[in-house]
Design a binder for this molecule. Sequence first.
Ligand code: SF4
Ligand code: SF4
Length: 268
Amino acid sequence: MGLMGTGILKGLGVTLRHFIDTYAEDLKYILNKSGVQQPRPLRRQSPKNRGLVTVEYPRERLPLPENFRYIPFLVYDTEKQDDKCTSCGICAKVCPPQCIWIVRTEDPVTKRPVPQPKEFYIDTTICMNCGYCAEFCPFDAIKMDHDYELSYYPNQEPSARLVHDKARLTKPDTYHASIHPTDWRRELEDRAAEEAKKKAAAEAKAKADAAKVSGGAAPSGAPPAAKPAPAAKPAAPAAKPAASKSSAEPAADAPAAPSDAAQAGESQ
Ligand code: SF4
Ligand code: SF4
């Protein structure tokens, strides 16, 4: 049986060790001359770290992994100076809690739909950050954001509130490239491959068309192809049947003459 109070002393010893480790780690970090130093919050979160690991948010923030996802945002194509979204509505269809609303743009003259969203809303109080919208968008027009600080003051503009409108949701593709560099590179590669495929198809078609044209024209020096022989004239109309014996005879499959049947009846 141990002495009374030794458990408390051991516990205090653990606390003291952590206290000292915290400063010892900081000292090691300051004295580290070997090269690249990680930012303090990241180093603090390392499994090898000793001492206290509190990240002093919001003064300090942990770096987010690239695939971290929060509320989606709409990508604006800075090269074409246009929205990437075509308002196809696929994201709204696949969204499990149905928190996306889209209003399509309409041509003012023809009243036909234009492939661009007039309004686009996401209710961030319902969004469950699943990322389905970004996964299913065929135009890479919606991506998952890293911005998780969505609180607002009641006197702020409605655009700052939790139902995000198109203006709040839209961010340039350069922002997408900065937070998702791998995804961005993949997109560029896909686009380049798609363009190369289209170019190759166009070249193959042009070649095939040229071959058709040269195949249809007469080769130089060769005699022109013989004209197709005119169709044989229709045979002269058959001579009116002469009152010959053969034409007067009944056909082999013609029904038997009633006289025969009558004869058969008579013979019975
Ligand atoms: S974000 Fe993508 S899936 Fe959604 S409407 Fe726009 S183009 Fe369609
Ligand atoms: S992340 Fe999921 S829940 Fe949120 S808008 Fe996209 S599909 Fe809907």
